[in-house]
Design a binder for this molecule. Structure first.
Ligand code: UDP
Ligand code: MG
Length: 215
């Protein structure tokens, strides 16, 4: 069910967190967007934003911003990303929490997170909410490698050595998260092969169904 901020908590009764309204009180509608490197998460998130008014929070982008803003964790985050490993959960979750709390929107796409069960549990504990739906972009490994190697975004981790490590981490740590949400009936598996438009036609009905409930 969509839960409108204005419906559940009138503005006057909201307690302000440091950067806005606390996540729990905000009662956001959360979509986790999962899939291997190069599966098209970011690209499809842009389409969902355009068509359904979500705010897109890419965990990878939030971490890269920390690196470029010379924050105290920057060097550690950079080393972790270069190795294709997972940044400590509390670091990522706090960045996501701040982004949710400082946004006026209540519908969020959290892209590339959680990457492990530990990430998932930290999110539940620190943010205090669970995702409403989870998308999984299912793409063959060969296709993902091809896309990452040809995307030319200047990323330190888009080279074949790091991609291999990222794929290993994806299989060992991210697939258990996907199975967790499958068991809970929250998972929407999407065939992520085809053109951007073709893939979006697999995504659209999921959000269109929720939109109907909202009206
Ligand atoms: N990362 C992380 N935790 C997250 C999201 C990303 O540690 O919640 C790190 C991890 O090292 C990952 C890298 O950031 O390999 C890039 O993530 P992103 O989602 O941007 O890229 P993708 O793997 O989807 O291409
Ligand atoms: Mg991405």
């Amino acid at each position: 069910m969509w839960r409108r901020l204005s419906f559940f908590c009138p503005k006057s009764s909201l307690r302000l967190a440091k950067d806005g309204i606390s996540c729990k009180e905000k009662n956001p509608f959360i979509t986790f967007v999962l899939g291997g490197p190069g599966s098209g998460k970011g690209t499809q998130c842009e389409k969902i934003v355009e068509n359904f008014g979500f705010t897109h929070l890419s965990a990878g982008d939030l971490l890269r911003k920390e690196i470029s803003s010379n924050s105290e964790n920057g060097a550690m985050i950079l080393d972790t990303i270069k190795e294709g490993k997972i940044v400590p959960s509390n670091v990522t979750v706090i960045l996501i929490k701040k982004a949710i709390e400082s946004s006026k929107n209540y519908k969020f796409l959290i892209d590339g997170f959680p990457r492990s069960d530990e990430n998932r549990i930290a999110f539940e504990q620190i943010i205090g909410v669970e995702p409403d739906i989870v998308l999984f972009f299912d793409c063959p490994e060969e296709e993902m490698v091809k896309r990452v190697l040809s995307r030319n975004q200047g990323r330190v981790d888009d080279n074949i050595e790091t991609i291999k490590k990222r794929l290993q981490v994806f299989h060992s740590l991210n697939l258990p998260v996907i199975n967790h949400y499958l068991e809970r009936g929250k998972l929407h598996k999407i065939n992520a092969v085809g053109t951007v438009e073709e893939i979006f036609e697999n995504v659209r009905p999921i959000f269109a169904a929720y939109k109907k409930i909202m009206k």
